[in-house]
Design a protein around this ligand. Structure first.
Ligand SMILES: Cc1cc2nc3c(=O)[nH]c(=O)nc-3n(C[C@H](O)[C@H](O)[C@H](O)COP(=O)(O)OP(=O)(O)OC[C@H]3O[C@@H](n4cnc5c(N)ncnc54)[C@H](O)[C@@H]3O)c2cc1C
Length: 416
């Protein structure tokens, strides 16, 4: 089924143009070839001929994406990106995410995309030349190494990996895990403690992000931690007396926490718009099946249980989408959106989880098979509820912001 993308009357001409161009590529170039593009991934079919065919298809599609001016929507034009505004990029995501896995065909691949954004904002000209441009132009790969097995990732200020100054070098010691893309990465951006836990500086100024080439002596990629039973290159890494020059430090000493917040804040809105696009796909698949599968003497669409699934999913998608767009509009207009970001970070993955769950139920056994994208979506939705800040942490943040506001003597203005 094609994604039905019509102009949005309240959106700008440019946003409607971007959505239409993206939908054309998704509908014409990606959806008809989904099985050839990704089948070897799902079926364990690693025949070289299948891989070769997938490579050729991907090359053809990325050429079309570039011709349409949609390549790397997260990057400014001066670095070869599409130079989209925040809102334009958010609206583009709901369309491209309809085709599961398509983001890579548009030049947005995590964790490279997040690292690229950090390098654009915090990198020196030399760092950009050495680490940013090659990830955009020459296929250099990267990882983001923050979470540790022995400390809670949901409280990044507690991290223990240290970087100690020794002359013109930083010397890094610590253990990380879930460093995605760890096996392929040419360098890691490593979150390090550069001030003592009980030291003078404030709680947010004790971390610094440092670029570490993966072939530096002392970097030991010990294993890939399987996720949902699969090897996804989320690696456990030991940093043992790893020595890099101080020029590899990103931003000023102590800016690591802020840089991580910058990375995650905008990223959460983009992830939520991706989730909306994937819910949209799950919904189309669910309705399509309900209208064609006959069970117990009637089409599924005639059963009220199934009608309930359709109605509840419609409500979930509308609510998730409108909340996310509202939050993106605030960010575009530089209005404080911290409470809204936490709200969508909780609501959207939960809604996504519910919608995919119902779609799987309607499809029966096929729903959990590799023939459909639903099983991948289901696992992705569940993972989102703990990655980028688990639900509980965001609930605490919402309550804190609301209570702080009421303490000033004002109630909440839901109109803004
Ligand atoms: C597929 C995948 C890819 C990842 N990729 C990366 C990566 O590239 N780089 C990287 O650095 N990390 C990565 N991570 C790690 C991820 O960011 C962390 O798992 C996440 O931040 C949670 O940290 P944690 O696992 O240490 O859980 P913990 O911090 O131990 O939290 C466990 C649970 O405790 C509860 N909790 C936490 N705080 C509170 C509270 N205040 N009140 C009540 N309950 C609370 C929550 O339910 C939470 O889920 C990835 C994880 C996954 C699954």
């Amino acid at each position: 089924m094609r994604m039905n993308v019509q102009p949005i009357p309240s959106a700008s001409d440019r946003i409607n143009e971007i959505r239409a161009l993206t939908a054309r590529i998704v509908n014409k170039e990606i959806l008809p070839h989904e099985n050839e593009l990704w089948s070897w991934r799902n079926e364990g079919n690693f025949a070289e001929s299948s891989r070769q065919k997938a490579r050729e298809l991907r090359k053809g599609i990325t050429e079309k994406v570039k011709q349409a001016g949609l390549w790397a929507p997260h990057l400014p034009e001066e670095y070869g990106g599409a130079g989209l505004s925040f809102l334009e990029h958010a609206y583009m995501n709901e369309v491209l995410a309809y085709a599961v896995g398509a983001a890579s065909l548009f030049g947005v691949v995590a964790p490279n995309s997040g690292n690229q954004k950090i390098l654009v904002k915090y990198g020196t000209e030399e760092q950009k030349r050495k680490w940013l441009i090659p990830t955009i132009e020459d296929g250099m790969e990267s990882g983001f190494s923050m979470t540790e097995p022995d400390q809670p990732g949901s409280d990044p200020r507690s991290l223990r990996t240290t970087a100690r100054r020794d002359g013109d070098d930083w010397v890094i010691n610590g253990r990380k895990w879930f460093t995605s893309n760890g096996k392929r990465a040419d360098f890691f951006i490593v979150m390090c403690r550069t001030a003592d836990e009980g030291g003078e500086v404030d709680r947010n100024s004790k971390m610094t992000q440092i670029i570490v080439p993966s072939d530096t002596p002392g970097v030991d990629i010990a294993r890939s931690v399987p996720v949902w039973g699969r090897d996804g290159h989320h690696c456990e890494i030991f940093y043992d007396d790893v020595r890099v020059p101080v020029e590899n430090q990103l931003g000023r000493t102590g800016s690591g926490h802020q840089a991580a917040q910058d990375r995650l804040g905008a990223g959460r809105v983009y992830h939520c718009m991706n989730s909306v696009g994937q819910m949209w796909r799950a919904f189309d698949l669910m309705v399509e099946r309900a209208m064609s599968r006959e069970v117990h003497g009637g089409l599924l669409e005639t059963k009220q249980f199934i009608q309930g699934f359709i109605a509840e999913s419609y409500i979930d998608i509308q609510a998730a989408r409108l909340m996310t767009i509202h939050c993106a509009e605030k960010m575009e207009n530089e209005i404080d959106a911290r409470t809204d970001i936490s709200a969508i970070k909780i609501f959207v993955p939960e809604a996504y989880h519910r919608v995919v769950d119902r779609a799987i139920q309607v499809w029966g056994g096929a729903g959990v098979s590799g023939d459909l994208p639903l099983a991948d979506m289901y696992q992705g939705a569940r993972t989102l509820r703990l990655a980028d800040g688990p639900d509980e942490v965001h609930k605490i943040l919402i309550a804190k912001n609301v209570l702080k506001h009421y303490r000033t003597g004002e109630s909440w203005d839901f109109g803004n």
